[in-house]
Design a binder for this molecule. Structure first.
Ligand code: NA7
Length: 531
């Protein structure tokens, strides 16, 4: 790339990057999106495994910034499947004519800031180079896969698949002997689908998960039209909720009602389906005793659904609160274990040893399989950022600065790295929310900030270290009051060996966080230094 520097380089053409590009253009900035995949969609481009769906209702899991996009797109299901979400990303890219400013197949390798010119030099793995005033990391929280190092993988003669890079043309596993490693949200969506056609399916589970029925269904015309007619009001309401999502609220404590009433409320939500179970009462996410009531309800459902009580017990989470890991939504997951062709392998009893040409050693047994699927999660929130060699004006590296855990101011910037923004990164509500709500707020904040810098004749903005420290302490303090700290989750980095255990998202809720971001901007970007 030669010529004048760009105003913005945006890393990633997922839903954050697409909106950032649109917003930049609206304000008259030049921008280029660099995307490692060969199409738009980000996590929805890569995670094409059978059964992949959103776990926030589609009517809410979408942009609201454009009347036209709302009018001309209609979701077909309550929780849309990956092909439809990817089609939506493509629709947005085409409708807003975004593709001409996106470089596909362009994996960013390095970014370094030159203090003399206040410019970022960005290079891609294939040698392409870009220069820009600002870099926006729209890299997504769940885009860097975490793959366990299992001895002997290279010796395995069968097929190895990863849910996070599923073959684009699909893969037919009918009649095959398949092992799935991982029973997080991904595994729980995938396993019932594979069980339908595999000759034999081994589910390798390390930690059982709480899951509630999605009760997915076609979206009726009336509901779709109702949302289209009131999407602005509905999003405004969503922003008054901690998760940025509209659920039925119940402002009573689980402990204030008797057991029959609790059962009635939980059963009603179980039948309705979806993550609203976590807010069935107002203290389930805060109070361990209250949480135990909903956890016990879900455990009883597992015991009721799974015929073999030995298997039911192995599938039942007992040692962490419900919702401390992101709740999973499923379609027939627990029922799948009643099938003759499905076998649960409890890795707590029989840990994975090594692979050989014909399968996997677990404990003292050997499982013969011809296909292994890794559904083992992500180096969440930080992985895609630290994968890039980012160096600040004094030559210090972001990877090293974050070695003890990510530190940011408001999740938007990190001290020592001027003009580098992060969309919905660590230190912001991000993955604890309806992601579209968080994306839109961050993109709009960043765009307004760059616009304000231009108007004020500034060329540089950087988070203050002291503001960042205070914010990091606040993020930790808020998290320490929640039940999130009671599970070894990817929110805490606990799923990646060696990753520091820091609760990464901000658990203070959407309303307080959005208000604070607005206040900071209105106060001349308090906590940032402008130059
Ligand atoms: P998750 O929720 O991190 O789940 C990953 C699963 O893989 C989980 O069951 C892990 O067990 C398991 N895992 C990870 N490493 C290993 C090894 N080494 N051996 C055995 N099992 C392993 O990722 P998902 O992709 O399912 O979901 C991520 C988010 O995407 C989800 O919350 C939704 O927001 C969408 P563990 O629990 O660590 O014992």
């Amino acid at each position: 790339m030669s010529g004048a520097p760009l105003d913005l380089v945006i890393v990633g053409a997922g839903f954050s990057g697409l909106y950032m590009l649109h917003k930049a253009r609206e304000l008259g900035f030049s921008a280029r999106v660099l995307e490692r995949g060969d199409d738009v969609g980000g996590t929805w481009f890569w995670n094409r495994y059978p059964g992949a769906r959103c776990d926030v209702e589609s009517t809410q899991y979408c942009y609201v910034f454009s009347e036209e996009l709302q009018r001309d797109w209609t979701w077909s299901e309550r929780y849309s499947a990956q092909p439809e979400i990817l089609a939506y990303a493509r629709f947005v890219a085409d409708r807003l004519d975004l593709r001409r400013d996106i470089a596909f197949g362009c994996e960013v390798a390095t970014a370094s800031f030159d203090a003399a010119t206040n410019l970022w030099a960005v290079s891609a793995a294939d040698g392409q180079k870009f220069v820009a005033r600002f870099v926006v990391m729209a890299t997504g929280p769940l885009s860097s896969a975490s793959l366990p190092a299992i001895a002997g993988l290279e010796a395995f003669a069968g097929k190895v698949l990863r849910t996070s890079a599923w073959p684009e043309q699909g893969v037919d596993l009918s009649g095959r002997r398949v092992a799935v490693i991982g029973t997080g949200s991904t595994g729980i969506q995938l396993i019932p689908e594979l069980a339908k056609t595999a000759e034999r399916l081994f589910v390798l589970q390390r930690t059982p998960n709480y899951s509630v029925p999605a009760r997915n269904r076609p979206l009726d015309r009336e509901t779709a039209e109702e949302w289209k007619g009131s999407f602005r009001e509905k999003r405004a309401l969503a922003k008054t909720r901690p998760s940025g999502t509209i659920y039925r609220v119940n402002d009573r404590s689980a402990l204030s009602v008797d057991a029959d009433e609790r059962e009635r409320v939980f059963e009603d939500r179980w039948q309705y389906g979806g993550a609203g179970m976590v807010v069935a009462f107002n203290d389930l996410t805060r109070d361990e005793k209250a949480n135990e009531t909903v956890a016990a309800f879900v455990r009883a459902k597992i015991a009721e659904t799974v015929k073999d009580q030995r298997i039911a017990a192995a599938l039942t989470p007992t040692d962490y609160p419900l919702g401390a890991k992101r709740i999973c939504l499923d379609t027939g997951y627990f029922d799948t274990f009643n099938r003759d062709n499905v076998e649960l392998v409890d890795l707590r009893e029989r840990p994975i040893g090594s692979l050989d040409a014909t399968g996997i050693h677990v404990g003292s047994d050997h499982i013969d399989v011809d296909t292994i699927v890794f559904a083992t999660g992500f180096d969440a929130l930080t992985g895609a950022i630290t994968a890039i060699r980012i160096t600040g004006p004094d030559g210090s590296s972001l990877r090293e600065q974050w070695a003890a855990g990510p530190r940011t101011y408001l999740g938007l910037m990190t001290a020592g790295f001027p003009n580098l923004f992060i969309v919905a990164g660590p230190g912001s509500p991000s993955v604890l929310t309806n992601f579209f709500v968080s994306i839109e707020q961050h993109v709009e904040w960043i765009a307004a900030c760059i616009d304000a810098l231009r108007a004020g004749g500034h060329t540089r903005i950087e988070a203050d270290k002291a503001a960042q420290e205070r914010w990091g302490d606040h993020v930790n303090e808020v998290a320490s009051r929640t039940l999130y700290m009671k599970a070894a989750s990817w929110y805490l980095g606990a799923n990646v060996p060696g990753k520091p255990r820091i609760f990464m998202p901000y658990a203070g809720g959407v309303p307080a966080y959005f208000a604070l971001c607005q206040e900071v901007a209105a106060d001349g970007y308090r906590g940032f230094t402008l130059g």
